[in-house]
Design a protein around this ligand. Structure first.
Ligand code: UDP
Length: 328
């Protein structure tokens, strides 16, 4: 039986597919290729389609023998979500309800869900614990939290067992150098700084210099995408062992300010990178740093690339080898 990976042609999805293939899992990827890349799917069967089409996803379950689901497919941009919340509710909530309905009808009861630190909003404690309050400051986080709540009710009603993984800031690229980060348009900090290093843009904008942080810029917890991928495999194994539904943070427990990240990219690339102060980005909390003790203790998760310099080196390696991303 196969593991269905929605959004498996995207950044974190494709790295998780790579881990699953490494573990000899049978993989089916569903992706609409709006943001994802066919070339990023290095194994398994790719079915192109959209979860907003409820008949399409039911058909996928009818025609394939699916054991469990890892659900990535979603829009992911905080800033965009503030300007266009309905786009996010439509793709992140309604499409997921279609998926959960198709799972229920097909009798599939295991799902690993790609959630986010943005579910917390302005944190009450640093590092953030899974039990801390969730009060998102942007529609992106709100839509992910809405799905988390739906999962909880589906578990109670239908026995849908879930592992919710709340990621902090995913970055870096696969050690093979074959897959990496390629968003269009790019909105994430590390690939944007690398674009400056590569001469593709003139400077990096620093969104806000008046936050209540040591240097005034936002602090985030950066985690290697392959360490995230590994966590999905561990979560899947846990569901297979028949364990209860759980929610886990995934980060490295260390915060870096935007200015510090720029300095790390300068060091790794050896390039002079111009940075320009710009207004705050709507919806951004000042500090997001995870406690990941729960997943370490319960699932034995052990990040291999916890050091930001190592993470940036892997991203730099990918971008140097693929200056145009996946496009030829
Ligand atoms: N950021 C920035 N300039 C940019 C892009 C991002 O200063 O051009 C900041 C952003 O405000 C946030 C951090 O970098 O504080 C990480 O943003 P990213 O979009 O990479 O990830 P997110 O935190 O939204 O998941």
């Amino acid at each position: 039986m196969a593991v269905l990976v929605t959004g498996g042609a995207g950044y974190i999805g494709s790295h998780t597919v790579a881990e699953l293939i490494d573990k000899n899992e049978e993989v089916i990827v569903v992706d609409n290729l709006e943001k994802g890349h066919r070339e990023a799917v290095i194994g398994g069967k790719l079915i192109v389609g959209d979860l907003r089409d409820s008949e399409f996803i039911k058909d996928v379950f009818n025609k394939n023998s699916i054991e469990a689901v890892i659900h990535f497919a979603a829009y992911i941009e905080v800033g965009e979500s503030v300007g266009n919340p309905l786009k996010y509710y439509n793709n992140n909530v309604i499409a997921t309800l279609n998926l959960l309905t198709a799972m229920k009808e097909a009798g599939v009861n295991k799902i690993v869900f790609s959630s986010t630190a943005a579910t917390y909003g302005e944190p009450e404690n640093i590092p953030i614990l899974e039990t801390d309050k969730t009060l998102p400051t942007n529609p992106y986080g709100e839509t992910k939290l809405t799905v988390e709540k739906a999962l909880n009710w589906c578990d109670k009603a239908y026995g849908t067992k879930y592992a919710v993984l709340r990621y902090f800031n995913a970055c870096g690229a696969h050690k093979s150098g074959k897959i990496g980060e390629d968003h269009n348009p790019e909105s994430h900090l590390i690939p944007l700084i690398i674009q400056v290093a590569m001469g593709k843009r003139d400077y990096i904008s620093i969104f806000g210099n008046d936050y209540n942080t040591p240097d005034g810029t936002c602090v985030r917890d950066y985690i290697h995408v392959s360490d995230l991928a590994q966590a999905h495999c561990l979560a899947l194994e846990k569901l297979r062992r028949g364990n209860d539904s759980q929610t886990y943070n995934l980060g490295n427990g260390k915060g870096f300010s935007v200015r510090e990240v720029i300095d790390v990219v300068r060091k790794v690339t050896g390039c002079k990178i111009e940075a320009v102060d710009a207004p705050r980005r709507p919806g951004d909390p000042a500090v997001l740093v995870a406690s990941s003790e729960k997943i370490k203790n319960e699932l034995g998760w052990a990040p291999e690339a916890a050091d930001l310099e190592m993470i940036v080196e892997s991203a730099w390696n990918w971008h140097k080898q693929h200056p145009k991303g996946y496009s030829k």
